[in-house]
Design a protein around this ligand. Sequence first.
Ligand SMILES: C[S@@+](CC[C@H](N)C(=O)[O-])C[C@H]1O[C@@H](n2cnc3c(N)ncnc32)[C@H](O)[C@@H]1O
Length: 240
Amino acid sequence: MDTNVRWTYDEMKQVGTDYESADRVREYDERMCALRDVRAEVNAILDELGLKDGDVLVEFGAGTGEFAIEASRRCRRVYALDISRTMLDYAREKAARRGAGEISFVHSGFLGYTHDDSPPAAVVSQLALHHLPDFWKLIALSRIHELLAPGGRFFLHDLVYAVQPEKAAASIGRTIDRMRESAGEDAALDYERHVREEYSTYDWIMEEMLYRAGFHIERADYGDFFIVSYLCVKPAARAR
Ligand SMILES: C[S@@+](CC[C@H](N)C(=O)[O-])C[C@H]1O[C@@H](n2cnc3c(N)ncnc32)[C@H](O)[C@@H]1O
């Protein structure tokens, strides 16, 4: 879409956590590697996506590069996008150190990306879509649907509120306490900032948006800390 008209959302600005800060990026990477079994998570997702050697994969909000690096060993090329140049530099350096496959690191976001290769067999986005307000989320999801090859898969992993509004305060309070116990004060402060300043939405809104963008949801997993994973497919066009 034309991201130069004056009413277009500026997705290149940092919302919530500042991922242009080199310190924040390093801390984020260290915390994720301590909190998550990153390699196992990534390989489980890749198994489900069923990539072939000649395939292309696009990742929105690639962050510190863990997913893109593993994915590059299973397909022809990964396009790893992020709006933070600091994240892209960090990920590029990590990819070189680990001898990754073909990765194009692209300074772009959900709304502005233009793809110049064969349609991707898979699109992945983890913990990034919540940076867009809902109006723009559906535009981003529709663009992803348009970008994908027919039959292609979209894996979306993000913080989505699976809670009724009247129970939200108590539930989020407990979640922040558990975050503090399992990952420390900085992680709890980040979670608070997320709820206060970033644009995570309700589960039913996210699911409706995925349907309206044209996806079929094959699997939805509601995990801890309101983290949800959706494995979606772009139905192949019916033969006439
Ligand atoms: C919480 S990090 C997640 C990084 C990685 N995907 C992971 O799972 O660890 C969010 C990332 O999304 C990026 N981001 C924010 N807004 C974006 C947008 N509109 N398009 C693409 N990436 C965006 C941030 O710069 C940051 O690197």
